[in-house]
Design a protein around this ligand. Structure first.
Ligand code: GUN
Length: 292
């Protein structure tokens, strides 16, 4: 079987082009979308992710602010910065880069973000809306995967989707989004017995565990779509995903590469969610047309 490598970089570029116009239209009405990215500490990987996010904002003409706090900043300091961003009319989206230092409770921080500015979709209110089928902000990585499937003409309806990794950021929301599109979903976690038996049953296989090359060729059903969400840096500095890409070539119908697959889509969906947040905020603030 010929395996198609899905070009996430090219797709992300096209999607950003489409959303640039919506962002410009808003800016023209005096409502330039604005994103604040908060980073605590100086983890090099987190810094690189944040740089990409700020760069994507600039590409689409969004306003962006990077709020940097030292690793020893207190939870109270971080909560105070979030409160200020919640009240700032130039900011429509707030993202606090995870993971946070151990002395800060991520749940309390996420809870402090105004739900209408929670472009990550991590606030329990937004998680609940997604779970009940009324998403306000879908978390960026799984939303990017869904858009990728759609643009590749892959319909999850009545397919068996197997997700490896049940994190709040990727696995769980991925399961909810696929379920909402009619897939039968299996969500595997670190305790799952005979993982390969599950992955071999997948029409759509999503790997999101952070274990280099966990998914090998014999774990994939011939013709399956394989989505690799993992980004792992090996000792030699090389970036690899959770899938042994070379090993699934010729078995899968589609596979996403690392780098250049899901990663660029994640950043794109953050910009999309920020433009959506700005559209809603500016729409809500506009005087209603008088009834005729
Ligand atoms: N760390 C890794 N992925 C993400 C993400 O999607 N959002 C945030 N805020 N932090 C992350």
């Amino acid at each position: 079987m010929q395996t198609r490598i899905i070009d996430g970089t090219g797709l992300a570029r096209r999607v950003r082009e489409e959303w640039r116009e919506r962002a410009q239209a808003l800016a023209g009405r005096g409502c330039r979308p604005g994103l604040a990215v908060v980073i605590v500490g100086d983890d090099p990987a987190s810094r690189a992710y944040v740089r990409n996010k700020i760069r994507a904002c600039a590409e689409l003409g969004l306003h962006s602010e990077q709020v940097e706090l030292p690793a020893e900043a207190s939870e109270a300091e971080l909560l105070a910065r979030i409160a200020a961003l919640n009240a700032d009319p130039a900011i429509h989206g707030i993202l606090v880069q995870l993971p946070l230092p151990k002395h800060i409770a991520a749940e309390r921080v996420i809870l402090a973000i105004a739900p209408e500015k929670d472009v990550d979709g991590f606030h329990p209110l937004n998680v609940g809306l997604l779970a009940t089928g009324h998403p306000r902000f879908a978390p960026c990585t799984p939303a990017g995967v869904m858009l990728m499937l759609e643009r590749e003409g892959i319909d999850p309806w009545a397919k068996h989707a197997v997700i490896v990794g049940a994190s709040n950021i990727v696995g769980k929301p991925m399961a909810l989004l696929l379920l909402s599109r009619g897939a039968t979903v299996t969500l595997c976690n670190s305790k799952t017995r005979d993982l390969a038996a599950h992955t071999r049953a997948a029409d759509i296989l999503v790997a999101a565990v952070g274990r280099p090359k966990l998914v090998t060729g014999d774990m994939v059903k011939p013709g399956a779509v394989v989505i690799d969400v993992g980004i792992n840096r090996l000792a030699d500095g090389k970036l690899v995903g959770d899938v042994d890409t070379a090993a699934v070539m010729g078995v899968a119908s589609h596979v996403t590469p690392v780098p250049g697959g899901v990663g660029p889509m994640t950043v794109t969906m953050l910009v999309v969610n920020t433009v959506l947040a700005a559209e809603r905020a500016c729409e809500a603030g506009r005087p209603k047309e008088p009834a005729t």
